[in-house]
Design a protein around this ligand. Structure first.
Ligand SMILES: C[S@@+](CC[C@H](N)C(=O)[O-])C[C@H]1O[C@@H](n2cnc3c(N)ncnc32)[C@H](O)[C@@H]1O
Length: 258
């Protein structure tokens, strides 16, 4: 078991993340890190970059599903086929779940998991308004998925895993729930270089998707250790303007197979 100090630090981070995304779901703040919460500047707005959605596809899902919180378009590269079961880690208001549902069709199903009640309410309302009967939203943590082992064909996730204080259980759980031969496609923020401790310790920056961004090579190492193979970076956008003298952040879309 982890030491008490580590568990309590992880608890503080999770609480800050949940409060921020509940506030976004309620419409109290507009972005991952609102300036009214005393954080401003480009470091805080990383989650709004590099989304790259196809506008024609976005037009086929409820407008309120896309809160502009992603950092990629994982469904585009997830090789989704009709009839598949798809799991979205940290589904927010449901944008990627609904895009995935269009691809897997009525024979397929999509499960979104999120820990924030207000997000789940929003996502479920979007599913109702859009008539998505094959999309289900479950409350839960991506470190302990409320999903049966070996039941999922594809996992997607968009700008969420960086928010988990410990990435190891997230990828271990992804491995557990995937069928053999199943794959994940995850868009996320990673770091490179020596990110200052002042950034790593800032709870606003945790909620804003930068403080928890893991070193890219370490991130790939955690995926490998979880048991995945065929690990590849499909897309990478380095945020030049977010660079410190010896550190920086990038959005990556990573694919791997069980
Ligand atoms: C940056 S938003 C991204 C939402 C969605 N993927 C999108 O692209 O719009 C992060 C979401 O992940 C959820 N989240 C963060 N950490 C989580 C965790 N450990 N377990 C479950 N959900 C989590 C938050 O509640 C929030 O809805």
């Amino acid at each position: 078991m982890k030491p008490e100090s580590e568990r309590s630090n992880e608890g503080r981070i999770k609480k800050a993340v949940e409060e921020r995304y509940a506030a976004i779901a309620r419409g109290d703040v507009k972005t991952c890190c609102d300036t009214s919460n005393s954080c401003s500047g480009e470091l805080y707005n990383i989650g709004t970059m590099a989304r790259g959605y196809d506008q024609a596809q976005l037009a086929t899902i409820p407008e309120g599903a896309n809160l502009g919180l992603g950092c990629g378009d994982p469904t585009a590269d997830a090789d989704l086929q009709p009839g598949q079961t798809v799991l979205d880690l940290g589904s927010g208001a449901g944008v990627d779940c609904f895009l995935a549902a269009r691809r897997v069709g009525p024979e397929g199903r999509v499960i979104g998991v999120d820990m924030t009640d207000a997000m789940l309410e929003k996502a479920r309302a979007n599913a109702r308004s859009g008539g998505f009967s094959n999309v289900e939203f479950r409350k839960g943590e991506i470190e302990k998925l409320p999903v049966e082992s070996g039941t999922v064909d594809r996992i997607i996730s968009n700008c969420v895993i960086n928010l988990a204080p410990d990435k190891r259980p997230v990828f271990a759980e992804a491995y557990r729930v995937l069928k053999t031969g199943g794959a994940f496609t995850v868009s996320d923020i990673v770091s490179f270089g020596l990110v200052p401790e002042s950034v790593r310790a800032d709870l606003n920056l945790w909620a804003g998707c930068t403080a928890g961004a893991m070193d890219k090579e370490d991130y790939l190492g955690v995926i490998r250790q979880a048991g995945f193979s065929h690990i590849s970076i499909i897309k990478e956008v380095v945020y030049d303007y977010l660079r410190g003298a010896d550190f920086g952040f990038a959005s990556v879309t990573v694919r791997a197979v069980k």
